[in-house]
Ligand binder design. Structure first.
Ligand code: SF4
Length: 351
């Protein structure tokens, strides 16, 4: 069937279709992505009031794209104490956060119990606070270090109060590219399987894709299709989050510059190919706020949250270190012609 006919009739798209979508002009692509966004969400755009905490940047891995972990490019190792983490949560609660998002480097000295104790202490003090924590990459690292299965590790997370899993560590699933950019990290199959186990435990998660480095367009569509397959099976993903690669302070040395057109096309194609993941998040931290706002016209219905402090992408050049004030966030969404809706971490509407 002809591609435009498939788009008109909302037919499921395959790898070839996904690649051909990149050949459409930006506005045609935007029209079809926006049509689906409008059908599902009208002019609503979701955001949440959250706090990111990255307890340590000491890492046994050396992912080539990473500017966050302490290395010869970033000789500033730190590990927060539990008290510092709790003090941070205390302060953020006063700012109205509903979610704490805890992800870290793979620190061989930290340990699973160290993390579990954090989750327990946060949950004991603030039972209403949603704890989103540990990427599939961290789960794989901790399980390997403690000689546990992924299932055992997930059981412990649930027991100690983790509510949902973030989507990090997916990077790009293609095995050849993955080996070049993050060879020591969780394999693609294990990343998928850890999310499968998490969904089978009755929990929700998100999924990311890092793009704009050395991957091809085909690698991106392949990545989306692997996620779509798992979503068909479990329906456990809340949101897909395409992350724009940040150029500074890492080892990848990418020569090409990603254009705004390519970012917007990738957003729109994500909306069209991932027909079973409800929310498409334009993560302003990596795309810039202006492009995230524009992404609302290209399928995105979620702009993430206020974050308060961002350490991972800002270490590689993103202008996100201080997060964003809630009133500014709301005003920007309104002024761009959309209706800001505060959501909780599971996409229930709050305000
Ligand atoms: S991306 Fe994560 S695992 Fe890779 S080097 Fe950075 S902190 Fe470590």
């Amino acid at each position: 069937m002809n591609l435009i006919k498939k788009l008109e009739e909302n037919k499921r798209l395959n790898l070839k279709d996904g690649l051909k979508l990149y050949d459409l002009d930006l506005l045609t692509l935007g029209k079809y992505a926006n049509k689906i966004r409008e059908e599902k969400f009208g002019r609503k755009t979701y955001y949440n009031i959250n706090r990111h905490i990255n307890p340590t940047n000491i890492c046994k891995d050396v992912c080539q794209f990473c500017g966050f972990s302490s290395s010869r490019k970033n000789p500033n190792p730190y590990t927060m104490t539990h008290k510092e983490i709790l003090d941070t949560v205390d302060k953020s609660i006063k700012n109205g956060i509903k979610e704490v998002h805890i992800v870290s480097a793979h620190n061989p000295d930290a340990g699973l119990e160290w993390y579990l104790e954090i989750f327990k202490k946060v949950k004991e003090k603030y039972p209403q606070l949603h704890v989103k924590a540990l990427t599939a990459a961290e789960i794989n690292f901790l399980a390997t270090q403690y000689n546990l299965t992924h299932q055992d590790t997930i059981n412990k997370m649930v027991e100690y109060g983790v509510d949902s899993m973030p989507g990090g560590g997916a990077e790009i699933f293609d095995e050849k590219i993955r080996k070049r950019i993050c060879g020591g990290k969780v394999s693609s199959d294990d990343w998928i399987n850890i999310h499968r186990l998490w969904h089978n435990a009755g929990k929700k998660s998100n999924a990311t894709m890092l793009f704009g480095h050395i991957e091809s367009r085909e690698n991106r569509i392949d990545h989306m299709l692997r996620l779509r397959n798992l979503q068909d099976e479990t329906n456990g993903f809340n949101a897909f989050i395409p992350l724009v690669y940040q150029r500074e302070n890492n080892f990848l040395n990418v020569k090409d510059y990603l254009t705004a057109q390519e970012i917007l096309k990738t957003m729109a194609i994500s909306r069209l190919v991932l027909d079973n993941i409800p929310n498409l998040k334009a993560y302003w931290v990596t795309s810039t706020v202006k492009l995230a706002l524009l992404s609302q016209e290209f399928g995105a219905n979620d702009l993430d949250g206020t974050i308060e402090k961002e350490s991972i992408n800002s270490a590689s050049g993103a202008k996100s270190a201080k997060g964003m004030a809630c009133d500014e966030f709301v005003s920007l969404i309104k002024n761009s012609g959309f209706v800001p809706i505060e959501r909780d971490s599971l996409y229930n509407e709050l305000n």
